[in-house]
Write a protein that binds this ligand. Sequence first.
Ligand SMILES: Nc1ncnc2c1ncn2[C@@H]1O[C@H](COP(=O)(O)OP(=O)(O)O)[C@@H](O)[C@H]1O
Ligand SMILES: [Mg+2]
Length: 268
Amino acid sequence: MTVPLLSVEKLEVVYHRAITAVQGISLSVKPGQIVAVLGNNGAGKTTTLRAVSGFLGLDDARVTEGNIVFKGMRIENRRPDKITHLGLVLVPERDKVFPNLTVAENLAAPVAHRAGRAERRRREALVYEFFPQLAALKGRIAGLLSGGERQMLALGSALVGSPELLLIDELSLGLAPVAVESLMRRLVEIRDGLGLSILLVEQNASIALEIADYGYVLENGRLVLDGDPKRLLQHQDIREFYLGQTTSGERKSYRAVKQYRRSRRWYG
Ligand SMILES: Nc1ncnc2c1ncn2[C@@H]1O[C@H](COP(=O)(O)OP(=O)(O)O)[C@@H](O)[C@H]1O
Ligand SMILES: [Mg+2]
């Protein structure tokens, strides 16, 4: 059995000492895996990634139960810079890049680096190799990039920090399907090329499950399903909730399905 790179056990996170956002969430990422965490708005995906990366304190939140182990070390409620230093890097949901800096300046921005200058240069070159579009846009102000280019830059900035585990929050948000497809393929290349692991949070379930080695589904701050991505894609509830499909092949908005299911107290 492979020892997990990251393991989260029975995580509970409370905002403002009052609001329990996630409860009893357990998940793990093995070396080299891409693991998808799916769920609708408010399911607790971002909170989970913030807890793992240490960026909870900024929002007046704390891990109140459970533990988070990265490379054998307990990291819950540790400072985010310390956690980044260990090789766990978050690509956040919002504010992924510095909009007033150029592409090149974003990549060189003074974030916590474990590597020396030569190594950093090497990593910057690597970023341009994975994202040739960025190489052509080195002098462009990040605020003027397209949505897809901005996501590439955010991933690139994270890669410069030499992560062993990349946490990515909603890469696909607001992007055209072709752009999402291409970014996801790039993620697989990055994983294969650099041998790192990825914990990927997505509302776009089908695209995330296509590249993932394992998947978890959150709902209302709890884990409701997990398993092999192929199995999850076939799962009736996933098909109805996240892919908007019914057995008859008819497409429904998930809101409609959801309200219907809620009225039947599905997870009750
Ligand atoms: N800064 C915050 N203060 C209070 N509650 C929050 C805060 N951020 C998130 N929450 C609550 O935590 C729950 C999970 O939110 P979040 O982790 O952002 O979900 P997701 O990323 O899956 O959309 C929601 O009920 C949300 O209202
Ligand atoms: Mg979120």
